[in-house]
Design a protein around this ligand. Structure first.
Ligand code: FMN
Length: 325
């Protein structure tokens, strides 16, 4: 069997594994792959079985020698298998990785990496965009290598289940301001505000923004934001219906937040899911950044904050737009 192009010159320690930017589906004797950039590839007939075998084998990093062995033993014969393997490499369906930098290659920095880590307190409020919070948390964890704790308002628990988020994060999610589990027996708002090296309110409802701006600290989110030390960056990402967003009370409250030195992620132009038609659905007020952009925004804000632009009027950050309302 000839070695596939690309594999032949690989050194020791080189592995090939699935590119996580691709999803695979199969049925009816066919197999298809769709990439995040819109790439589409499919195989049918005997090729489908080979492609499926390669994709399954690549579910974990496989060293070069083991690939050669697998392709050699392929039922359809090694030549067909080598051809499909080469196509996988060319199309980017497989990634070349060294096990030492596996996380980096797969785009996962991971919250378990050693070194000083950002302690991110994510405050989730009862906007409908909260249903997407798990994706945001995953990106924050993986891109920023952050330790994350979550506080939810009661309304947020109607949108997303705190028990599910606790399992995801392997950390308690806090809702009740009198419940001190995981807070060293201290009042949760004091403990969490001191624990955090950054507080992020995402998504932020009109109600919570007005509460934070007016100092109406009668729930754990507003109370914790209120108790946050002056040097700790607080980032607020509004998300709401466009009429609520344009309301005078909300705009005034956002201005107060800016004057307090809080960072605001500018609301985006988004579409309310389920809107009757696009003309009705698109409006400004949606959560201003997608889940994969948020960590980069946070990183940038932290740099500016450390650069001394804290606690005075600062420009809003425009993160683009996302779906929601
Ligand atoms: C289905 C549904 C969706 C909602 N979506 C939003 C929203 O996107 N943004 C917002 O500001 N309020 C939204 N609200 C209203 C808030 O849930 C409500 O103002 C609540 O009191 C907010 O409480 P909180 O700020 O303590 O989380 C929604 C309410 C419902 C019932």
């Amino acid at each position: 069997m000839r070695m596939p192009k690309g594999l032949e010159h690989s050194q020791d320690g080189t592995h090939y594994t699935r590119n996580p930017s691709f999803a695979c589906f199969h049925g009816n004797g066919m197999i298809g792959f769709i990439g995040t950039e819109g790439q589409r590839y499919s195989y049918s007939g005997p090729e489908a079985a080979v492609a499926e075998g390669i994709w399954k084998a690549a579910s974990e990093p496989v060293p070069v020698a083991a690939w050669a062995d697998l392709l050699e033993r392929c039922e359809t014969g090694p030549d067909a298998a080598v051809g499909i393997f080469e196509a996988f490499l060319e199309r980017g369906l497989l990634l070349k990785v060294q096990t030492a930098n596996l996380n980096e290659a797969l785009g996962v920095a991971g919250g378990n990496t050693p070194g000083p880590r950002l302690r991110l307190l994510v405050c989730v409020t009862g906007a409908v965009a909260a249903v997407c919070i798990a994706e945001y948390l995953r990106e924050l964890w993986s891109q920023l290598s952050a330790q994350i704790r979550v506080v939810l308002t009661r309304a947020a628990t109607e949108m997303v289940n705190p028990a599910g988020l606790s399992y995801l994060l392997k950390a308690p999610c806090h809702v009740d301001m009198f419940e001190a589990t995981g807070c060293d027996g201290r009042p949760p708002h004091i403990y969490l505000a001191e624990w955090a090296s950054c507080v992020l309110v995402v998504p932020a409802t009109a109600n919570s923004i007005v509460r934070i701006a007016s100092g109406t600290f009668n729930d754990l989110v507003s109370l914790t934001v209120g108790a946050t030390p002056a040097q700790t960056p607080v980032i607020i990402a509004p998300s709401m219906n466009w009429r609520m967003f344009q309301s005078e009370v909300l705009q005034k409250s956002l201005q107060v937040c800016r004057e307090n030195g809080y960072w605001i992620i500018e609301a985006g132009y988004g579409c309310e899911i389920g809107a009757q038609n696009a003309a009705e659905g698109f409006s400004v007020g949606a959560l201003g950044c997608r889940h994969n952009v948020l960590p980069q925004l946070v990183k940038q804000i932290l740099q500016w904050h450390r650069g001394g632009r804290a606690r005075r009027a600062v420009p809003s950050i425009d993160g683009g737009s996302s779906v929601g309302g």
